[in-house]
Design a protein around this ligand. Sequence first.
Ligand code: SF4
Length: 226
Amino acid sequence: MDNVLRSSLTPPFYFGQILVQNVNGAMFVLSHRDDQSLHQLQRFRDAEDAAKIARFDDAGNYRPLKTAPNLRHGWRLELATIEDLRRALNYFYPARLAAFAAWKSGHLETTPLRKTLERQSGMYRVAAKISDPQINALVADFCRSDTGCLRTILWRRDGKGAIASTKLPGEKFDPACDQATASIPPGSTSPATRADSSTVPLLCQEGCNLLVAECRKVVKGENPTL
Ligand code: SF4
């Protein structure tokens, strides 16, 4: 693990909805950030248990987007080494530590959404026909931090640098803001809480497959909200 990452993973810190602490001599104790008291939580001790915890929300529904703000509550994961911690965090939020390390060292490349859409094939090729106003509305709805996704958007709408959505507050594009505490009604400028130095942001360097699928639905008239 490189030094950039190692220095950022010093407890206590937040990563999305996860709190990482040192408790009673255990090197790393992870829990949902709403469960800070750590009382009466189901105990796990294996990094691989993170995959099970991350799979379903509190209601037992599958979580297709791991950075959605619906991580289940009621668990406590104790880990002995920083390598275990890295593995567990990768199960919770796949590839987000690597993106963070690349961003910290100035090497994270971003891809405009138009480029992501243009390289689709098969049934998703039609997604590229989505209009700019439709992207503006869709991203505001689908990527918003309070109900959609906790990642900070770093990509632009197109190669000219247009913002992904003018309907999201500026904080959605700022890695210094803690998206997990955001409450962002559509069209509002309500700020996400500014993160302190103990928050590691979840970064989004390009539109995900789920957003591409939503673009396709919009083009095909299958998205009832747009
Ligand atoms: S495009 Fe990025 S911010 Fe939007 S839902 Fe997908 S992963 Fe989250």
